[in-house]
Design a protein around this ligand. Sequence first.
Ligand SMILES: C[S@@+](CC[C@H](N)C(=O)[O-])C[C@H]1O[C@@H](n2cnc3c(N)ncnc32)[C@H](O)[C@@H]1O
Length: 218
Amino acid sequence: MFDAIAGEYDLMNRVMTMGQDQRWRRFVVSRISMPGEGRLLDLATGTGDIAALLKKEYPRAYVTGGDFSQNMLQFAQKRFADTSIDWQACDANQLPFADNTFEGVTFGYLLRNVDNVPQVLTEIHRVLKPGGTIVSLDTTPPAKNVLYPFITAYLRYGIPILGRMIASDEAAYSYLTGSTMDFYKADDLATAFTDAGFNNVEFKKFMCGTIAVHWGVK
Ligand SMILES: C[S@@+](CC[C@H](N)C(=O)[O-])C[C@H]1O[C@@H](n2cnc3c(N)ncnc32)[C@H](O)[C@@H]1O
């Protein structure tokens, strides 16, 4: 599915989020704290936006962008050909990196797509150095407040229609809606981070509570 939507992925992101998506990615990068040098991994890097922001913020760091979709990685490579980011095919369930490798691991919209969230969090914990930071950006089910009917209408009807018009793939964007509604609530995801061994876990919500950034320390 991700191979199929890679070509229109960036445009769809900008339209669907009304131009907000880069702001959330910048917030992800702002949660990382490390000296100028070291290793950073942006997992599920897709077309590479978070990896590129990491490299801009930490030009002396060795930044790896990892994803299991070859098409996504090809777009990332083309878009950021002028950077020294190391693009690598990898599966978040079983990362091809040694224990205690990275100062920071970021990922945007990964966990909603995996079968076993605790397993992936444990794998990320393994490759982080002690003191390293994990930062996740993902959609989150909206709270049942006065905005709920409008938000769910946008998720159920608006996004799949945009998916059909822009990416010619209504099914992929209906999947986005379904996987958002079925995903962990932000509080529960914070608990999953803690259960996987992370400390100082916090989160912040965006876009009427439909997007959450979680972070913690190994
Ligand atoms: C919605 S895209 C997000 C891309 C990017 N992080 C962003 O901020 O736009 C989700 C990405 O996760 C990747 N992905 C999903 N499951 C994965 C897994 N188990 N291992 C590695 N990458 C995975 C997909 O190939 C896709 O590129």
